[in-house]
Design a protein around this ligand. Structure first.
Ligand code: GRF
Length: 203
């Protein structure tokens, strides 16, 4: 299977997926990494793994529609079976999301449906939660609202700060994202409207 990974930053989730492909855990290969930001560490990770890397700077486009149209064209030139958002910090248009429906995954650093949007670790802390985590989900037009495939929970301990919690969540992200991509590439995972199915069973 051909996988295209979109990033905006450090790309530690990208790395986890690169490693899982290299180890044969994922039956697929990353055909391209696309970043909306220049100079981010994830691009270096792609270069080190000999993966074609593209920078598509959103600031060079007048609006979201035109950026997403260019992004779509760039992605499709790699003929992906799956598009993986791995810390891609942009809201996508419904047209874009519709085009990739059923083959577009995201990872979000909260136990969805809690804390959609930004600053999830601080919000969990402020709410006095004792549990937090991350979710891999199919992307739909609703921001961070698509069907969840897999979640991992982490504890929040008294005295934790947001950085400590973020580290704990990240470790779990690197476990669950490759696993979900593995399932997808095995043909076991599907999206049906607002549901995720694993081996035909609703998750
Ligand atoms: C992760 O915390 C992910 O959940 C969020 O952005 C972060 C990306 O980290 N959407 P990295 O670039 O994969 O290191």
């Amino acid at each position: 299977k051909s996988i295209v990974v979109l990033i905006s930053g450090s790309g530690s989730n990208l790395q986890a997926i690169i490693d899982a492909c290299a180890a044969g855990f994922i039956a697929g290969r990353i055909s391209a990494v696309i970043s909306n930001k220049t100079g981010v560490f994830g691009l270096q990770r792609a270069a080190e793994a000999d993966i074609p890397a593209v920078v598509l700077d959103h600031k060079a486009y007048p609006d979201r529609q035109s950026y997403d149209a260019a992004l779509l064209q760039s992605i499709d030139s790699f003929q992906p079976d799956l598009v993986v958002l791995a810390g891609f910090m942009r809201i996508l248009t419904p047209e874009f999301v519709g085009h990739y429906q059923g083959r577009l995954l995201n990872i979000h650093p909260s136990l969805l449906p809690k804390y959609q949007g930004l600053h999830t670790h601080q919000r969990a802390l402020d709410a006095g939660d004792t549990q937090h985590g991350c979710s891999v989900h199919f992307v739909t037009a609703e921001l961070d609202g698509g069907p969840v495939v897999l979640q991992a929970k982490v504890p929040i301990f008294a005295g934790d700060d947001a950085t400590e919690i973020a580290g704990r969540v990240h470790d779990q992200e690197h476990r669950i994202y490759p696993l979900v991509v593995r399932w997808f590439c095995q043909g076991r995972l599907q999206q049906q409207a607002d549901k995720a199915l694993l081996d035909g069973q609703i998750l």
